[in-house]
Design a protein around this ligand. Sequence first.
Ligand code: PLP
Length: 322
Amino acid sequence: MAAPVGDDVFGDDPSVCALQRKAAAMLGKEAALFVPSGTMANQICIRAHTEPGDEIIVEAGCHIYLYEGGGYAALSGVSIRPVPAELGLLTAEQVRGAIRPPGGLSHFPPSRLVCVENTANRGGGTIYPLERLSEIGAVAREHGMRYHLDGARLFNAAVGSGVDVARIAAPFDSVSICLSKGLGCPVGSLVVGSRVFIDRAHRFRKMLGGGMRQAGIIASAGVYALEHHVDRLAEDHRRAHAFAVAVAGVAGIEVDLAGVQTNMVYADVSGTGQDAHLLAATLAEHDVYVVAVSPTHIRAVFHLDVDDSGLESAVAAFASCA
Ligand SMILES: *Cc1c(COP(=O)(O)O)cnc(C)c1O
């Protein structure tokens, strides 16, 4: 609340500028732009990279395709090519196979942008191997396409794999990151990229109504999170793994441990004979809050408000309710 503020619509809020400089430096890019949400960050990037009628290639379970209200179609006028991939992680060959053939420009929508999500939420919070990211980037470049990283959980990927965020971000033309997920801020996301790209993104932020005035109040929380809440993500990962192993031992619950790589656990609860939504409601009565993502599956996420005793009570609640 004591943050120095200005007017970020005029570009002179010192706290917002400090956050943008810090994020750009950490990711090894020239510039960054503070935006209200991760959804807006992705939508700005899609709009800035494409023209109406272009096509974008994504993984079939990704946030951009499933959870952004169809924004790619409504706001950018692009068509989408969703490609299902094991653990939510695309391969370069899958991307190559989804690119529209050359020479058919009057028939086909031009493939313009590849988006990957790291970590991949619906894959289980899975991490892209570094080589895979550069292989996909090479395919994109070879076809004159742009390359976007939905890095809502980029820092989980970095901490989980022991690879610096700048190395993960290197092959991408644009990156979105969320401060409001595991990093623990109340609000805020960033678009990161080259100076030229961020200048263009700024115009689309304006168009979408994402310019905020004395935004230093929330941007300062972001600076704090980037300084204090990154390394501790390892604790969330440790607890998620311990939780996965423990609930996998509960009768009727199955967990694909290969997908448990960071801070989340997807559990198949169909063997309990209970609908996942009902089970989630029962767990909530025990102060354990999880999301039923389907009638058979529950997602549990570990974050900075869940400590070791929270982990123990969550395991106990699953054991008694399932
Ligand atoms: C949460 C999330 C977003 C969007 O974040 P909001 O701030 O909720 O709009 C984008 N991508 C992924 C992978 C996410 O998990």
